[in-house]
Design a protein around this ligand. Sequence first.
Ligand code: GLU
Length: 603
Amino acid sequence: MRCIREDWVRRWVTVALVLGLSAIIGLRSPAQGPLAVASGRGGAVASVDTQATQIGIEILRNGGNAVDAAVAAAAALGVVEPFSGGIGGGGFMVIYLHDSDRVITIDGREQAPVSATPNLFVDPDSPTGALLPFAPNRISSGVAVGVPGTPLEWAEALNRYGSLTLGEALAPAIALAETGFTVDATFARQIEQNQDRFSAFTSTQSLYLPNGRPPSVGAVFKNPDLARSYRLLATQGVNAFYRGEIAEAIVQTVQQPPTVASPPFPVVPGRLTLDDLDRYAVRVRPPVVSEYRGYTLYGMGLPSSGGITVSEVLNILSGFDFSSLDPVKVWHSVIEAERLAFADRNAYLGDPEFVDVPLPGLLSQEFAQTRRAEIGDRAPLAGAEVRALAGNPLPYQNDPSPSMTAAVTLGRGSDHESPSTTHLTVADAAGNLVSYTFTIESIGGSGIVVPGYGFLLNNELTDFDPTPPHPNVPEPGKRPRSSMAPTIAVAPDGRMLAFGSPGGSTIITTVIGLIVNQIDLNLPLDQAIAAPRISQRNGGVTQVDSGFETSATGQRLLDLGHVLEPVPEIGAATGIVRNLDGSFVAAAEPQRRGGGAAMTVQP
Ligand code: GLU
């Protein structure tokens, strides 16, 4: 199992050359609209990138299942979308297994080192114990790096549910990293936006800022060091990463970041050790299950807040009658439900292995009813600083003993939304589905490439709330609370849906938008993905896609007292619908982040 067959890699080098050539001559340029939706049979893949989608399709075409294709496509995204996800980060996978008719989730979230304390982000040079400034100091530090979960998540998914070896699943991405791909505008822009912090590290500078500038759009970009890392994983298995030479390189990089002689800001080293990497384990966890208007939805549980917050919002919304299809009534209710559910999320949710989260209460219909009763006909709040208070779910569960979390009533919580992260959706002909969101946290993660190994380390520990007491404070071996919300749903008629989104805490509101657009407003998946995003996360303002605020619906929401803040990009989502006749509709974002790619095995 833990071997790589060179004939596979050679085969994929040929495929990669064809893919690369197609991209160069414009056949499959990533921003092409028509690639955003596809229907057909035999399996389907939707991702933000044409080559990753194509690789997933080739795996399916060659008899691989949805898990095989998901890992292969994810590894390809690690090559072509290295600023959003990769082996230096973590993620959450929701899998529907057709034969056993069940949904499982795999938690490959990054983990804090055992040296972590609630003071993790206190500035070591501050006489007053002030926190490190969030950017660039906290996000571009060794101290923000958690133990990556992605390599083990891929291996575990394949071991349990795949049919390919890790080496076979990585072969296409190895070929892609070796032969190179065409730099597109998104890739170049993401480097440019991070140029200051990337240039603080010699390894990152030499990979992504050759000649001091991002590579030009249209140039071929190769990453032989990443190909080498993937080969080590392929030949030695995940031990190479968690115990072998890559582990040693990660520890060295975190403890002594490879800074240039005079970095533009002080780079704080971390204290991650070989033992931290050695003890890392992925967790197979049950999904969060919700019922909404006859649909059953399976979401990601803790340490992600994704599935739980989506579920609470849906519980609140289920008491409203949206049959008039009046979008203003719908979105007003969604905004207010999100405001309340985010207050609860921020107050109560954290790594379940460390905090006693009042989940039965939070997810009960009775609690949702009390929250629904707080929603009036108009936006209740004015001004950017006003926030909803957390509710009290403890009376609605069998164990009403107050946990430490009940003291946090203000709904305070870290909320640094960004358009980073990536979501991949895969379905195979046998009916299996994979909904997989993964990340390195910020665009470009910590900004630190592991020298000689070609991948960026995450800065996921910035998802902790740095000010105790809080259920999401850093602790030894704890996983920071996430917002990732990969989702699988079964419609009342038996159709199956899988979808998800990138975007930090906006992931949750994007996924809610996808659900409401499809279930309440009857939009097909591709239109639900393309539709404007509306995101309320218990702030005074509701963020919307630029332009929505001047639409008829936007204007009427303003009339109800909502404060709408236009932002450039929320949630480049992807999804797949499996119809009752076994055909698929796959859809990717048509515009955001340059547009994605959806394909089926047989058109
Ligand atoms: N760290 C974020 C989370 O786990 C994902 C990164 C992002 O999308 O900004 O929710």
